[in-house]
Design a protein around this ligand. Structure first.
Ligand code: SF4
Ligand code: SF4
Ligand code: SF4
Length: 224
């Protein structure tokens, strides 16, 4: 675990103990509501493969934890009291353990309520989120250093993520190999974020609605 990850993990533990002691002395939903609002972490969690949009998923998921128990990689975590979402909600933090897109999707088949859609049987059907290079200035590849780890580890290499090459303007003679994510193909498994060699990843996977823009109806792409 890198220093940055250790700090993040320690912060989470201490925040959890503070919250536990606070809620032990002050009862009532108001405190939790305020704290969840302040933390606001839940909104960017990745849900397990096959999960529907928030509203549908939240109405179907009974927080039984079977998906987490069935995951052979322990990728699926269960929300605790301070995670900014309903207690018991399953989620994935790609930088800690990504989804390895198991061939038989045990998480999905163990879900008793179809909150994880049982019709999802191929990895191409999964849509947990979308990867995005969030820090172009730190990305080694974009600095002209041959890295491309995120590209190499992608289970949908050359579909979800490709390398675009062009001349390095800094040296004028070397090449840049830029990792480019294709939103329509990326399934959001998080393996690129997990393997990014930086102390803090330059590529992250976020819920697609967080990063996606929306084109107004009055714009017509005549070439599509
Ligand atoms: S597909 Fe496999 S690795 Fe991914 S969450 Fe499900 S059980 Fe875990
Ligand atoms: S198995 Fe299904 S219902 Fe149970 S916690 Fe996971 S998603 Fe929710
Ligand atoms: S999240 Fe990353 S590794 Fe997974 S499909 Fe998308 S680009 Fe590939």
């Amino acid at each position: 675990m890198s220093d940055a990850e250790k700090i993040d993990s320690e912060e989470r533990v201490s925040r959890r103990s503070i919250l536990r002691s606070a809620t032990g002395t002050v009862s009532g939903g108001l405190l939790m509501y305020i704290l969840f609002g302040m933390l606001g972490r839940g909104k960017n969690f990745l849900k397990p493969p096959g999960a529907a949009e928030d509203e549908v998923f939240n109405s179907l998921c009974i927080r039984c934890g079977k998906c987490a128990k069935s995951c052979p990689y322990d990728a699926v975590k269960i929300a605790d009291i301070d995670e900014g979402t309903a207690i018991g909600t399953p989620y994935i933090i790609a930088r800690e353990i990504p989804c390895y897109l198991c061939e038989d999707f045990p998480c999905i088949s163990s879900c008793p309520t179809n909150a994880l859609d049982h019709t999802v049987i191929l990895r191409e059907q999964v849509k947990m989120g979308t990867a995005i290079v969030t820090d172009r200035e730190s990305c080694l590849s974009l600095n002209g250093i041959r890295c491309e780890v995120c590209y190499r580890v992608c289970p949908l290499i050359d579909k979800a993520i490709t390398l675009e090459t062009y001349r390095n303007p800094r040296t004028g003679r070397h090449a840049i190999f830029e990792p480019v994510v294709h939103r329509d193909q990326c399934v959001g498994c998080g393996q690129c974020e997990y393997k990014c060699v930086l102390d803090r990843p330059a590529i992250k996977v976020l819920p697609t609605k967080v990063i996606a823009g929306k084109v107004g109806k009055h714009y017509i792409f005549g070439w599509k």
